[in-house]
Design a protein around this ligand. Structure first.
Ligand SMILES: *[C@@H]1O[C@H](CO)[C@@H](O)[C@H](O)[C@H]1NC(C)=O
Ligand SMILES: *[C@@H]1O[C@H](CO)[C@@H](O)[C@H](O)[C@H]1NC(C)=O
Ligand SMILES: *[C@@H]1O[C@H](CO)[C@@H](O)[C@H](O)[C@H]1NC(C)=O
Ligand SMILES: *[C@@H]1O[C@H](CO)[C@@H](O)[C@H](O)[C@H]1NC(C)=O
Ligand SMILES: *[C@@H]1O[C@H](CO)[C@@H](O)[C@H](O)[C@H]1NC(C)=O
Ligand SMILES: *[C@@H]1O[C@H](CO)[C@@H](O)[C@H](O)[C@H]1NC(C)=O
Length: 298
């Protein structure tokens, strides 16, 4: 059982890495090729940077900068730091890849096009939380080459409170709009439910409750994160703004005979950001109190 689910995760990780939206810098060959990819918001509605002022897109460079492929959704978490999923920046052996391979398009609710490449941020450091030792540590902090001005994006704050099954949460990303379908060029968001069903532990031995490293969600009505949403934000509203509960990690269909891994009756797992807040603060070299949002009593 454990081995099986591990194998399935590796397969779905491969699927996620294969999100396929590529910008070719040689305009004679092609531009903005969008072919089928592996992950995205299912049943989403279009949203904007008004709601998600921290939203970012992670690209990988190929062929010495000849092309840039969209791989995951990410969030600005400090003026010069990004949070996303570890599997987005890891190789097949779960080892972190070189920072020089990655670029970020920050503060835009639409995927980058050729003219945006000049504004891409580069990555100087990748800090991992131990993904190679456990899938539950599917989170990384990326340090950017320079601070992001507040006119471009505002860092997200972390939701520090207990996660209950009735907490209203939302997930957002640029992933596929159905399993195996094309990614969305526009940021989509959808309401989902936190779950504490026994099915969460049945599908993931790393999950015991929503107070640990992972938050579980089971989709009844089809709303879900899908391929390309990896690293994207699960948010709750606090003091009138969206704060980070978790980041998209992986999901699968609860029916072992089905290979449609996004949508109705599928289980998905999110890395609970607050669980990692002290580690995040230490790699960013800040006090963790500056990273969390406290409920405003007034
Ligand atoms: C992306 O799509 C292109 C063209 O369809 C294909 O050749 C390439 O292998 C795909 N890349 C990935 C990572 O899936
Ligand atoms: C981009 O996609 C088109 C088909 O949609 C294909 O003809 C073209 O070869 C692709 N370009 C590259 C560089 O893969
Ligand atoms: C767990 O999953 C099974 C199979 O999909 C389903 O029949 C059952 O209702 C689920 N249980 C809960 C508590 O959601
Ligand atoms: C959550 O599960 C962990 C084991 O992973 C356990 O130590 C902890 O007490 C549980 N917390 C709650 C609130 O049930
Ligand atoms: C969330 O739970 C409510 C109440 O059980 C249900 O009506 C709704 O369809 C659920 N949403 C999702 C995304 O499963
Ligand atoms: C998972 O989601 C897909 C897409 O909505 C759906 O076709 C499939 O039936 C779901 N899985 C199960 C077990 O219902």
């Amino acid at each position: 059982m454990h081995l099986l689910s591990t194998l399935r995760v590796i397969l779905s990780l491969t699927g996620v890495i294969c999100a396929n939206y590529t910008i070719f810098t040689d305009t004679n060959s092609a531009s903005d090729n969008q072919t089928s990819i592996a992950t995205s918001i299912v049943n989403g509605m279009v949203t904007s940077t008004d709601y998600y002022p921290f939203i970012s897109q992670l690209y990988i460079t190929e062929n010495n900068g000849f092309s840039y492929s969209f791989i995951c959704t990410a969030e600005l978490i400090g003026q010069q730091h990004i949070i996303t999923a570890a599997h987005c920046v890891s190789d097949d052996n779960m080892k972190l890849r070189s920072p020089s391979l990655f670029r970020l398009n920050i503060g835009s609710a639409t995927l980058a096009t050729l003219s945006d490449i000049i504004n891409f941020y580069t990555v100087t450091n990748i800090y991992g939380a131990g993904f190679a030792t456990s899938f539950a540590n599917d989170v990384v902090i990326l340090r950017l080459n320079k601070p992001v001005p507040s006119s471009i994006a505002t860092p997200v704050k972390i939701y520090p409170y207990k996660i209950t099954a009735n907490l209203p949460v939302e997930v957002a990303g640029f992933g596929s709009i159905y399993y195996g379908g094309p990614i969305s060029k526009t940021l989509l968001r959808t309401l989902i439910n936190v779950s504490d069903s026994s099915n969460c532990s049945a599908f993931n031995p790393d999950w015991a409750n929503n107070s640990g490293p992972l938050v579980c969600s089971i989709s009844i009505n089809g709303n879900a994160a899908c391929n390309g949403d990896s690293g994207g934000p699960m948010v709750a509203k606090l003091n009138g703004k969206r704060v980070l509960v978790g980041t998209v990690s992986w999901g699968e269909n609860m029916d072992p005979k089905s290979n449609i891994n996004c949508g109705a009756n599928n289980v998905s797992f999110y890395v609970r950001t607050a669980y990692f807040v002290k580690w995040i603060a230490s790699v960013m070299n800040v006090d963790y109190n500056t990273l969390i949002e406290i409920v405003n009593s007034s």
